[in-house]
Design a protein around this ligand. Structure first.
Ligand code: NDP
Length: 277
């Protein structure tokens, strides 16, 4: 029977550890404040922002939120980010994505000071990860590394295959596995014979954005399977990019959806906020 990696429990442990660290930092007179900006009122974004503010409150981080109307101009948003970049009380800045179409997401990401870039999306943060320097790391892939670490799964020397090469998941995931001394292969929509490549994996990380696409035919016996995907099915339930029921008996460990990678994203955001100086 495969080990079911419990992301909910691991994220709760991380949040409790961070809570203690924040309390300690406060006694040293350090102030931690996250600024959260939401433009427009996309319902999913409102839920995400609410969860992030709740996590801040639990850990003891102050958060200030800016709920801006849909018609906010790019210049207005840039001016707000400038102000927050300059404000010494603000230690982290998060702009909830996606922003409305009239605003260029890349320009917004580049405007946030790399010192306050708790999402880890700024090119300076990505570059630092690439050359092995200190910097913020994108939360979802950072969460995957923590899941493996807390589950006692060694990465060094393992064949690691990542399906997906997006800037926020696949690419930083590959860099992190490499940093942990895995032997890393990255797959994408042009990969030839995806099944054969996946079957080489001791650790398979799936971030493909296609519900239940990965079944037992892609899995080597005893592999560790990490499912980053998240989709709402017609019956209202959530599923991942991996067909859990078909894969679970073939692997040694697997993350469920929900309750696997998902809860780790907010925990790692909190980790970044607490560790922003
Ligand atoms: P993207 O759509 O940006 O990237 C998907 C990647 O998968 C691309 O690199 C694409 O290749 C590749 N791909 C698509 N189809 C195939 C295929 N048939 N064969 C091989 N590769 C393929 O997605 P994201 O990285 O943003 O997200 C991936 C998944 O993770 C989604 O389900 C998303 O909802 C979820 N997610 C979950 C989070 C969480 O907190 N749990 C956070 C972020 C994302 P190419 O580059 O060639 O197009």
């Amino acid at each position: 029977m495969a080990q079911i990696i419990d992301g909910k429990a691991i994220s709760a442990r991380i949040k409790d550890e961070l809570k203690e660290e924040v309390a300690r930092k406060k006694t040293e007179g350090k102030q931690i404040t996250l600024a959260v900006i939401q433009v427009g009122n996309d319902p999913a974004s409102t839920v995400y922002v609410g969860n992030k503010k709740k996590a801040c409150a639990y850990i003891g981080i102050d958060s200030v939120s800016y709920e801006l109307p849909e018609e906010t101009s790019q210049d207005e948003l840039l001016a707000l980010i400038d102000k927050l970049n300059e404000d010494p009380k603000i230690t982290g800045i998060l702009v909830q994505l996606p922003v409305p179409d009239h605003i260029d997401e890349d320009i917004i990401i580049r405007k946030i000071s790399p010192k306050k870039d708790v999402d880890g999306f700024h090119p300076m943060s990505v570059g630092a990860l690439c050359i092995g320097e200190k910097g913020f790391v994108s939360c979802t892939p950072a969460g995957v590394i923590k899941l493996l670490e807390y589950s006692g799964i060694e990465i060094a020397g393992k064949e690691c295959v990542v399906i997906g090469r997006s800037n926020i998941v696949g690419k930083p995931m590959a860099l992190l596995l490499l940093r942990e001394n895995g032997t890393v292969t990255v797959c994408h929509s042009k990969t030839k014979d995806l099944k054969e490549v996946c079957k080489r994996a001791d650790i398979l990380v799936v971030a493909i954005g296609r519900p239940k696409m990965i079944n037992e035919e892609y899995i080597k016996d005893g592999a560790v399977v990490i499912d980053v995907g998240i989709h709402r099915m017609d019956n209202g339930r959530l599923c991942g990019d991996v067909d859990f029921d078909r894969v679970v008996d073939k692997c040694s460990a697997i993350t469920p959806v929900p309750g696997g990678v998902g809860p780790m994203t907010i925990a790692m955001l909190m980790y970044n906020v607490v560790n922003a100086e």
